[in-house]
Design a protein around this ligand. Structure first.
Ligand code: PGA
Length: 256
C-alpha cells in the first residue's frame, strides 16, 4: 500500500527569524497539497516561532537528548521539543553521527525517549562512499537499522500507528549535488524494509522510508515515483520556497 508522501525539510544549522517568510510560503504550499504531508525541521531556536507562523505543515527538531531532563548543558529533550511546538524529531542524521560521535545505540535510546515523549520520529541511516565502493552499503545500512531503530512495546505501537519513519541518506549524496541512482535507492529501500519487518513484523508496512541526499526540483519526481520511496528528506533545497515547492508539487496532485 503506498503511503501519503512525506516531504520533510531539514534546515540544519541555517535560518533566522528573517526566514520565517520562506516558511510561511512553504506552509501555504503545504495547504494546497493536502495529499502530501509536509514538515520542516528548523534549528531549535526557531521551533516556537515557526509553530506560530504556520498552519498546514509539521514542525520538528533535528535532535533530542535520550533523557527527559537533567544536567546536560546545551541539550534539549523530547518533552521540551513538544513544549516548543514540535511534533516530530530527526534522529541519527549522519552529520550528528559524525560531528558528535553518535552511535547506533545512542540513536536508539534517543528514538525511544522521543516516542515516549509523544514525538514522531525520523531515524536516519546511510553509508559512506568508501563503504559503498567496498560493496558494503547494504550490510552497513542493515546494521544501522538493527541498532538504531527503537524497540519494545512503545516502539511497536508507534510503528503500527505510522509514527516512525526511516530516512535513507547515503552520506556521499548529502549536500554534494550527487544523487544516488534510482535502482540503488530502490534496492536499499527494499533491504531496509526487510530489516524493519524483522523488527516490527506486519507493522513495518506502516514505517515510511524516505530518501535523502541532494533531492531537488530536477530529480524529485523520479525518486518519489520509485517503488518503496515514501517521501524525501531535503536539506539545501528546503531553505527557500522557490526550491522546495517543486519538490512538494512532485509528490502531490494538488494545484501549485
Ligand atoms: P541535502 O541534505 O538535501 O542538502 O543533500 C539532505 C539531508 O542531509 O537531510
Amino acid at each position: 500500500m503506498p503511503h501519503r508522501p512525506y516531504i520533510v525539510g531539514n534546515w540544519k544549522m541555517n535560518g533566522s527569524r528573517a526566514m520565517l517568510a520562506e516558511a510561511r510560503a512553504i506552509d501555504r504550499a503545504a495547504g494546497r497539497y493536502p495529499d502530501v504531508q509536509v514538515a520542516l525541521a528548523p534549528p531549535f531556536t526557531l521551533i516556537g516561532a515557526l509553530r506560530e507562523a504556520i498552519t498546514a505543515m509539521g514542525v520538528g527538531g533535528q535532535d533530542c537528548h535520550a533523557q527527559a531532563k537533567g544536567a546536560h548543558t546545551g541539550d534539549v529533550s523530547g518533552a521540551m521539543l513538544i513544549d516548543a511546538g514540535a511534533d516530530f524529531v530527526i534522529l541519527g542524521h549522519s552529520e550528528r553521527r559524525k560531528d558528535h560521535g553518535e552511535s547506533d545505540e545512542l540513536v536508539r535510546s534517543k528514538a525511544e525517549a522521543a516516542l515516549a515523549a509523544g514525538l514522531t520520529i525520523i531515524v536516519c541511516v546511510g553509508e559512506t562512499l568508501d563503504q559503498r565502493d567496498a560493496g558494503d552499503a547494504v550490510a552497513i545500512v542493515s546494521s544501522q537499522i538493527d541498532g538504531s531503530l527503537p524497540v519494545g512495546e512503545v516502539a511497536n505501537e508507534a510503528a503500527a500507528a505510522g509514527k516512525i519513519a526511516v530516512a535513507y541518506e547515503p552520506v556521499w549524496a548529502i549536500g554534494t549535488g550527487r544523487v544516488a541512482a534510482v535502482e540503488d535507492v530502490v534496492a536499499m529501500h527494499a533491504a531496509i524494509s526487510e530489516r524493519l519487518t524483522g523488527i516490527y513484523g506486519d507493522a513495518a508496512d506502516k514505517v515510511r522510508i524516505l530518501y535523502g541526499g541532494s533531492v531537488n526540483a530536477g530529480n524529485a519526481s523520479e525518486l518519489l515515483a520509485a517503488p518503496g520511496v515514501s517521501g524525501a528528506l531535503v536539506g539545501g533545497a528546503s531553505l527557500t520556497s522557490d526550491a522546495f515547492l517543486p519538490i512538494i508539487a512532485a509528490a502531490g496532485t494538488g494545484e501549485a
